[in-house]
Design a protein around this ligand. Structure first.
Ligand SMILES: N[C@@H](CCC(=O)N[C@@H](CS)C(=O)NCC(=O)O)C(=O)O
Length: 96
């Protein structure tokens, strides 16, 4: 299983939709809730290379965009192979 990370706000409909999709795939994701933390949002933007909206999703440390982007990947049949990619840079050892 891939390492999946998602940056969110708690009252964000796009975040909820993105997490629902990941959950529907049985994915265990690491969630960073940015509520009110602009420093953390700046760090997220450094990692995305610009985008500051939430959610932002990383799979095996690669940026795949937001909610619409991962739904598009799924429609194109490209999300499942990414999620099943065992090429987790941390070998499955994630913080809780
Ligand atoms: N098309 C984006 C929409 C995301 C979006 O609009 N998120 C809102 C929160 S629900 C947001 O981050 N708004 C603040 C901003 O864009 O700076 C996606 O699919 O992820």
């Amino acid at each position: 299983m891939a390492k999946v990370e998602i940056y969110t706000w708690s009252h964000c409909p796009y975040c909820k939709r993105a997490k629902e999709l990941l959950r529907s795939k049985g994915v265990k994701y690491i969630e960073y809730d940015l509520d009110g933390d602009e420093d953390a949002r700046d760090k997220m933007a450094e990692r995305t290379g610009g985008p500051r909206s939430v959610p932002q999703i990383f799979i095996n440390d690669r940026h795949y965009g937001g909610c619409d982007d991962i739904h598009k990947l799924d429609e194109d049949g490209k999300l499942d192979p990414l999620l099943n990619d065992d090429n987790d840079p941390n070998g499955g050892m994630h913080p809780a």
